[in-house]
Ligand binder design. Structure first.
Ligand code: HEC
Length: 138
């Protein structure tokens, strides 16, 4: 009898852990934006814009400023990914840290108008996408 209760308790615990982990990956605890929306609405467009600037160097001060803005937005979103109970595990946290560090570096290179530097740091930035997706994107 005790054993049955124990087994049932453990099973219920596992179900609850699985449900919470899933909820965190798809959406935070209180804010409405889903992870999918953060990805398609913020991360993807800003990442693509930096990718374009890597292919075709910014032509004037305004274009460099825009590039810096894309990097700054990706840096902010690295904090959002960790807020509101979103982070389920170390893989997620590590990928967010890569995004934060690399976007900060892209931003610094954009401010310095160092195109080769932007390209090198952008390569690191995109490692964050794969690092998280290979574990958490189904
Ligand atoms: C910390 C984790 C994490 C990081 C970092 C991350 N992603 Fe994602 N991404 C996800 C998850 C989880 C999904 C799946 C969301 C879902 O379908 O519920 C996803 C989905 C996506 C999608 C599909 C969106 C859709 O509409 O189906 C795109 C595009 C995307 N990510 C782009 C990126 C890019 C580009 C980067 C790197 C600059 C990146 N992501 C970094 C976790 C991450």
């Amino acid at each position: 009898m005790k054993r049955t209760i124990l087994v049932a308790g453990v099973a219920l615990g596992l179900v609850m852990v699985a449900a919470v982990a899933d909820a965190q990956v798809k959406k935070g605890k209180t804010r409405p934006a889903t992870t999918k929306q953060l990805m398609s609405g913020i991360i993807q467009p800003h990442c693509a814009a930096i990718g374009e600037a890597v292919k075709q160097a910014p032509a004037d001060d305004g274009a460099w400023e825009k590039l810096a803005t894309h990097a700054a937005v990706l840096n902010e979103i690295s904090y959002t990914l960790m807020d509101d109970g979103r982070c389920p595990d170390a893989d997620w946290a590590n990928a967010s840290t890569i995004l934060r560090t690399a976007s900060d570096a892209v931003l610094a290179k954009a401010v310095a108008k160092d195109h080769a530097g932007v390209a090198a740091e952008f390569a690191k930035l995109t490692e964050s996408c794969g690092a998280c997706h290979k574990v958490h994107k189904k």
